[in-house]
Design a protein around this ligand. Structure first.
Ligand SMILES: C[S@@+](CC[C@H](N)C(=O)[O-])C[C@H]1O[C@@H](n2cnc3c(N)ncnc32)[C@H](O)[C@@H]1O
Length: 268
């Protein structure tokens, strides 16, 4: 298999979250160590790839709803991942060509791959940053000068909340909430813990190989919305969050029970 090209100073001997996730999605921006980890996880966690695809699908549904029906035109996509199909800026700008999007990711390869997007889209920006350092992210000129925090902004932690340990998540997510104007939104999707062994097993494999990985109880995901108003249907299994086609809640597959999503709005 031909390896993707990337700067020589990146370490490809160890897997990264972004590249292993790219492998789960069937992308080509990954290396041997990423493929080994992703393939190991696929073997141990039934429905893992389905869950990764479902994560992308809910991101698309959410951004379409936010930029379309809810009329929000600023997005801060935290832990955005490597560019793939139907990226946040493409979905948002299809609904509203003026929508502005900043991608933030800790993996420097996201910026490398994102440069092509920047060259052709002046309403989109990409920065390298650590979500666990909200003041650094919010104070970065690539965020601060690009988005207007006096107006509504969507903060997205989609497929990302579970990389924040319980110890840091509270302070970090509340700092992002506090930075937002009324009418702003928080969009979360996380690995969930409803007592199924595969959920905790996936968190363990992730923690052991990628340092962070935490499966949260549904009420702990909900807790991160603080006093934001939860938009219907609340925090639910991802497939049940505003699906395009009806989904039988009593017949979810193993993969569909790995993650939950929710959207909240900051009150006036
Ligand atoms: C599973 S991917 C999700 C990508 C995208 N949000 C999606 O839903 O398809 C998680 C991303 O979060 C990034 N990430 C993990 N921890 C991070 C941190 N502390 N700061 C910034 N990015 C982080 C990883 O590099 C990876 O690209």
């Amino acid at each position: 298999m031909t390896e993707p090209t990337a700067p020589a100073d990146l370490d490809f001997s160890r897997p990264t979250i972004a590249r292993a996730y790219d492998r789960l999605l069937g992308g080509k921006d990954n290396f041997e160590a990423d493929r080994q980890l992703a393939d190991h996880a696929i073997q141990h966690i039934p429905g893992l790839q389905e869950s990764a695809l479902e994560n992308r699908e809910v991101l698309v549904r959410g951004v379409r709803h936010l930029a379309g029906e809810l009329g929000v035109d600023q997005f801060l996509d935290l832990g955005s991942g490597l560019p793939t199909v139907q990226n946040t800026h493409e979905v948002a700008q299809a609904a509203n060509p003026d929508a502005r999007v900043v991608y933030v990711d800790i993996d420097p390869m996201v910026l490398v791959q994102g440069r092509a997007i920047l060259d052709e889209n002046h309403r989109t920006n990409v920065i390298t940053g650590d979500v666990r350092e909200p003041d650094g992210v919010l104070g970065d000129p690539g965020v601060r000068d690009f988005l207007d925090f006096d107006r509504p902004v969507v903060v997205m932690l989609v497929g990302m909340l579970h990389y924040l340990s319980p110890e840091v998540a509270d302070a970090v997510v509340s700092r992002y909430r506090d930075a937002l104007a009324p009418g702003s939104y928080l969009f979360l999707r996380s690995l969930v813990n409803t007592g199924l062994p595969a959920q905790e097993e996936l968190a363990r494999i992730t923690r052991e190989n990628l340092e962070e990985g935490w499966a949260r109880a549904p009420e702990d995901i909900e807790h991160h919305f603080g006093d934001f108003e939860l938009i219907d249907p609340g925090v639910v299994y991802t497939a049940l969050w505003r699906p395009d086609e009806p989904v039988d809640a009593n017949n979810l597959t193993a993969g569909q029970q790995l993650g939950m999503a929710g959207l909240g709005r900051k009150k006036a």
